[in-house]
Design a protein around this ligand. Sequence first.
Ligand code: HEC
Length: 221
Amino acid sequence: MKDVVKYAAFAAVLLLAGPALAETKAGSSWGPGADDTAFAHMLAASFKDKGIAKLDRLTQDETQAFCSDPEAAASPAAAEKRQRIEAANMATVNWPSDGKWLGDWKEGEKIAQSGRGNTWTDKPGEPNGGNCYNCHQISPAEISYGTIGPSLLQYGALRGGDEETMKAAWAKIYNAKSLNACSNMPRAGHMGILAEAQIKHLMALLFDPASPVNAKAGKPQ
Ligand code: HEC
């Protein structure tokens, strides 16, 4: 409870400080960014290491820094840099070591359901969840899902399972920014959130004909 109050207070500070800090960034309608010194100081002062959640999370890599100014990142002038960033993210993708794309869809469903992992209440070494339902409709039986990402219902049934399709889905799950530099989807493999076997299980959830995702009755919404 204490921490909930602390985070609520932090959010309130952000709301209050946002407009003032935005003014310090000339010509930008976007709020405080990674390059804003006052904002960086506030962030550093507001968080501390706890359990496995370390302060290194506040340091943005090149992709995150680029996308922290979404207007500039989406501009035609940044097209070349976007492509370079996507290529750099694609180069991080580790393909399945045994050449097999699919694991067990039942395990995949559990991973997609779980939002656990990487918080200060998680123990080191415990496997993380994929948190996929937070943003996607997946199996038809699960009616509680987010809509930030597209529906994945009928994923394999609609797309088939050729090499190219498998590769694209794997790359998306391993490192979503390999295909869309400023994707809102987490880079599950690249950031060490999911292991190879877990990504295979999620691939099976999407592509296995026996997976409920591909059941005949389901229709994407
Ligand atoms: C924070 C939201 C978010 C989470 C969590 C998330 N995704 Fe996504 N996903 C997206 C968005 C948004 C897109 C649309 C394309 C883009 O912007 O990258 C997407 C696209 C995809 C696609 C490509 C869809 C297509 O049209 O071919 C796949 C496959 C996918 N996600 C699978 C997953 C899986 C599996 C997980 C769990 C490991 C997951 N996503 C977690 C937001 C998310």
